[in-house]
Design a protein around this ligand. Structure first.
Ligand code: PGA
Length: 254
């Protein structure tokens, strides 16, 4: 079994003080394990303080987005070099909320993935269908379009540095989790696309996370599926005890 990765996506939550309280509690409450990696994604303003606090810890820090240019007249934007300097090792790219509220497209996702890779940041590349798309039988078409659009011109060596997150939009923040079977079906399809595009060895090393109402109670059944390599966790990553419960349940699989 591949090692698992549990990534918390804090979204637009946490002041610097609140962010530090949360990572202190995680730092005290989670023991390092070779089998389960842990990532937290504070808002931009807290990245540096959180990364400094975690500098000797196995818990790593992610940003929630970046802009593809390195620097320049792009008011309000934050680049890969800037998040890297602040201490981020990962960056969530193409989250459905960015696609829905901030005009993110497969093309902008592709540019952002390339910018992250160029600066040694690991992209957490998000894809997933809406409820309407699922109900009209478009899951495969949507996932394929987002996968190939986001990964256009990505070389196998670079693919080996990308994490994919499958997040069905209808399961995000709704309390409605995909069943382990529904999730595994899409994860297996993504693994197949990876094999065809990048070869078996690279494909087998890529982590495919599931996201959408993950909590401690459903962690084990989801993560015991062969192609589910971890979780991208929103709501349940905001409270230390909830997030620790997810991490501990992932550890029990080994
Ligand atoms: P959720 O969010 O766990 O609150 O459903 C997941 C995500 O958006 O990454």
């Amino acid at each position: 079994m591949r090692s698992k990765l549990i990534a918390g996506n804090w979204k637009m939550n946490k002041t610097i003080g609140e962010a530090l309280d949360l990572v202190k509690a995680l730092h005290d409450g989670v023991l390092e394990s070779a089998n389960v990696g842990v990532v937290v994604s504070p808002p931009y303003t807290a990245i540096n303080k959180v990364a400094e606090f975690l500098k000797d810890s196995f818990i790593q820090v992610s940003a929630q987005d970046l802009f593809w240019e390195d620097a320049g007249a792009f008011t309000g934007a934050i680049s890969a070099p800037i998040i890297k300097d602040a201490g981020a090792k990962y960056c969530i790219i193409g989250h459905s909320e960015k696609r829905q509220f901030f005009n993110e497209t497969d093309d902008t996702v592709n540019k952002k993935i390339k910018a992250a890779l160029a600066h040694g940041i690991i992209p957490i590349f998000c894809i997933g269908e809406t409820l309407e798309q699922r109900e009209s039988d478009q899951v495969e078409a949507v996932i394929k379009k987002q996968f190939f659009g986001g990964l256009q011109d990505i070389k196998p060596n670079d693919m080996a540095r990308i994490v994919i997150a499958y997040e069905p939009v209808w399961a995000i923040g709704t309390g409605k989790t995909a069943t382990p079977e529904q999730a595994e079906e899409v994860h297996a399809m993504i693994r197949d696309m990876l094999i065809k595009e990048f070869g078996l060895e690279i494909a087998n090393g890529v982590k495919i996370l599931y996201g959408g109402s993950v909590k401690a109670e459903n962690t084990q059944e989801l993560l015991s599926k062969p192609n589910i390599d971890g979780a991208l966790v929103g709501g349940a990553s905001l409270k230390a005890q909830d997030f620790i419960g997810i991490i501990n349940n992932a550890k029990l699989l080994f």
